[in-house]
Design a protein around this ligand. Structure first.
Ligand code: SF4
Length: 765
């Protein structure tokens, strides 16, 4: 038997240290420096004229939506510029004029390219033609579009069962592309549709569905402006959702208070200068968080329980702290929760959460008399074994205070990628939805599969075990986004055929199946023209608002295709033009796709017209105080058990996080100024007392190791940086540390990886 061919590709790239520079962290977010950085990146990648044209259109009503995070736009976007530094970086990144073409791939093999860092790979530029990596080859070569479609169709036909194929979606896609993609997967015969939300907010979806009856947040942007208290938990908006700071600043101007709950005190929640206003340039900075609670990693449940116990004690005096009328009418489980809270020892909770007694008293005093409370959160709550329970505990606080279903109060899970919420809404999901299936039969004319498909964790395992052989990705960088990089790489390399629909090169194009295809597509800022007509797509932001997005830049080349067009062409080739859906027509005319979305997806209606301008909100039962889908027809208070992390003396809990120059797995640069780190990503943030006890000095080099189920995983060569982080806690950047996250340890019920609480040891090198 011939030896199995495996390309010698690196899953990390070069791990040599760069030129680390440490400076005082910048403690003011945005301001002139933010604008300078935004323009520096833009001009460097796109030139001045292209930059100014694109920036003036981003997040405007008749323009295109920022390709970065999912933060909503105000009703009337500022004409000066409705974007942040990271939005500008994301735009510069996709609209760069650098190109990866056939000559480039002829010159460089995938083995050679894989030695580059993720940062260096991203800088190579836009992919300008479809390419194939043939079996046994280490060089991509050009392929015609029709040949690429035929190759995909042929590979799909070779499979013994549709469930040997997996269709992954990242949050960059439009509603139109995601809808077609999800329907093609079903028409092909599988629900194997893992998506990026499996890795981030799935815990939020599960917790919110269980307690409030919808897996999405309940607030609108305007609700933050006049909230009395906004709690920002496990989230770093200064880097990850920067325009959220304008909303928090507005809340403060209206007399609201902000509480930050996070192991690190991030600069964006300390001070902010809004460059949209004159005083953001010449005046003093605005302070954001009134109270910062430096909770230990994954001890939010202990903290919130302690706060609830203290609020309950105050309420027992005059019945005026909790909203009893609201609880009686809309909420189940009140007495159970009160009884359960009595079983906890306040001193133990205090020690466990690591926050000072004084800060907790200050928080309780503030919350006691307020009822317009918004809780915002991100991965700091979701990526733990008890990620679902974390969110349920915060929902308990909101329900007890009656801070749900009324203006300026409610839940706000802040989504990381611009259309991650929309992709799920229009049908990207691995589970079976009866209503959706019925609508598919009625309006699309085929019978969708009834068997639940693979989520991300199950998909990795299926590929690793050889149960799945075909892996297609609609955007993203699955290898670097998923947990357990080594395992994931083995899983992908086990596949016979992998396909990436992409704009730029990343490591997922280098660590591939036996045969690999790259199908290049438009950036969101580019014009999508067909038959002389400028087409628009739609997206849904973090607050359930659907709006249209239309690019205005000349595409990098005529040789690329839009996502809906290529998905439609693949489906049409596979079905040989014989299917109940008219794929070809929909690939050309997105209005036809939107008509089908309106028919098939509950909540969407007249999207063609309503998505114009500021767009429209999808229905949200929490805003209507309608909990009829839940037991007793009421919102649910829940009993949540405490997480258990038994740490030995030489063990720590590690949280992975982004630098300020990064968006998900895309590395824009090497400047994390809010933490004072420049020119290096292999750094480990550590409490100074812990360093002393471990005999470590600043910039000592360590290997980080995790051991789960007897398997040792190592992330070598990290420089230790003394930092204000609770004792026994560590922080480091992903994707470099994803290699430590065991693929088979994830959140109960949601399967979200435990990337924010990995038990590790350090070995001095
Ligand atoms: S806040 Fe998010 S959506 Fe808005 S401009 Fe910044 S990165 Fe883009």
């Amino acid at each position: 038997m011939a030896a199995k061919f495996r390309r010698k590709v690196s899953i990390t790239g070069n791990q040599d240290f760069l030129d680390l520079k440490l400076k005082e962290p910048v403690r003011i977010a945005a301001g002139a420096l933010g604008v300078k950085e935004a323009l520096r990146h833009s001009f460097k990648e796109m030139g001045v004229a292209r930059s100014m044209k694109a920036l003036s259109s981003m997040n405007q009503h008749d323009g295109f939506s920022c390709p970065s995070c999912a933060w909503p736009d105000p009703e009337n976007p500022s004409k000066i510029g409705e974007y942040c530094e990271n939005g500008a970086k994301a735009l510069a990144d996709e609209a760069t004029t650098a190109q990866v073409d056939a000559t480039f791939f002829k010159r460089h093999s995938v083995e050679e390219l894989s030695q580059l860092t993720d940062y260096e790979l991203n800088k190579l530029g836009r992919i300008v033609a479809p390419f194939v990596l043939r079996e046994g080859s280490i060089h991509y070569e050009p392929i015609a579009w029709t040949e690429a479609y035929a190759l995909i169709a042929a590979e799909l036909k070779k499979l013994e069962s549709p469930n040997e194929a997996i269709f992954y979606t990242s949050g960059r896609s439009s509603n139109e592309a995601a809808f077609l993609y999800g329907m093609f997967a079903r028409a092909f015969g599988t629900n194997n549709m893992p998506d990026c939300s499996n890795m981030c907010h799935e815990s939020s979806g599960v917790a919110l569905s269980e307690t409030l009856g919808i897996g999405k947040g309940s607030v609108k942007l305007e609700d933050l402006y006049e909230a009395e208290v906004v709690i920002v938990a496990g989230q770093n908006p200064g880097t990850n959702h920067p325009r959220m700071l304008s909303a928090l600043a507005k809340c403060k101007e209206n007399g609201g208070k902000v509480i930050s709950i996070n192991p690190l005190e991030e600069s964006g929640l300390v001070n902010f200068k809004n460059p949209q206003h004159l005083k953001g340039w010449v005046g003093p900075p605005q302070s954001i968080a009134d109270i910062h609670l430096p909770v230990k990693i994954n001890q939010d449940i202990a903290l919130i329980k302690l706060i609830l116990i203290k609020l309950a004690a105050l309420d027992s005096i005059k019945n005026d702290i909790f909203d009893h009328e609201f609880l009686k009418t809309y909420v189940a489980g009140y007495q159970n929760l009160l009884d359960n809270l009595k079983t906890f020892d306040e001193k133990l909770l205090l020690a466990q959460c690591g926050v000072s007694k004084e800060k907790i008293e200050e928080t309780v005093t503030l919350l006691a008399k307020k009822s317009k409370i918004v809780v915002c959160w991100a991965m700091g709550l979701t990526q733990h074994k008890n990620g679902v329970a974390n969110i349920r505990e915060y929902v308990n606080l909101l329900l007890l205070k009656g801070a749900i279903g009324k203006p300026n109060a409610g839940t706000c899970p802040v989504r990381g990628h611009s259309n991650v919420q929309g992709d799920r809404s229009v049908g990207i999901m691995h589970f079976v939805n009866e209503t959706l299936n019925k609508n598919i039969e009625q309006f699309l004319g085929f019978v969708p599969p009834k068997q639940e498909g693979y989520d991300t964790v199950a998909a990795m395992k299926a590929m690793h075990d050889g149960a799945a052989k075909f892996f297609m990705c609609l955007g993203g960088n699955f290898l670097m986004a998923a947990s357990d990089t080594t395992y994931t790489a083995e899983a992908i390399q086990n596949c016979d055929f992998t396909v990436q629909i992409s704009t730029k090169l990343n490591r997922s194009h280098l660590v591939t199946g036996k045969i690999a295809l790259i199908l290049p597509t438009y950036g969101r800022s580019e014009k999508d023209i067909k038959n002389g007509k400028l087409r628009n797509i739609t997206i849904e932001n973090s607050m359930g608002q659907v709006r249209q997005s239309r690019g205005l830049l000349q595409p990098i080349t005529d040789a690329i295709r839009s996502e809906p067009e290529m998905i439609a062409a693949i489906a049409d080739t596979y079905f040989e033009g014989k299917h109940s859906m008219n794929w070809k027509a929909m690939g050309e005319n997105y209005e036809l796709i939107r008509q089908k979305i309106d028919q098939v997806i509950s909540g969407f209606s007249n999207t063609e017209h309503r998505s114009k301008g500021a767009g429209y909100y999808l229905p949200n039962n929490v805003r209507e105080l309608d909990f009829s889908k839940l037991p007793e027809g009421k919102a649910q208070l829940t009993i949540n058990t405490m997480p258990e992390h038994h740490l030995e003396k030489d063990e720590y809990l590690l949280m992975t996080m982004r630098s300020h120059d990064q968006f998900n797995t895309t590395i824009y640069g090497l400047d994390d100024r809010y933490r004072g780190i420049y020119n290096e990503r292999r750094v480990l943030f550590m409490n100074q007392k812990d360093m002393h006890e471990a005999g470590l000095a600043a910039q000592d080099v360590v290997a980080i190791r995790s051991e789960y189920d007897g398997i040792l995983r190592t992330a070598p060569r990290f420089k230790v940086i003394p930092y204000a982080i609770p004792q026994s806690n560590l922080a480091a950047y992903f994707p470099e540390t994803n290699v430590l996250v065991p693929f088979n340890h994830f959140a109960d019920k949601s399967n979200t990886p435990i990337s924010k609480s990995i038990k590790v040891k350090l070995v001095k090198m």
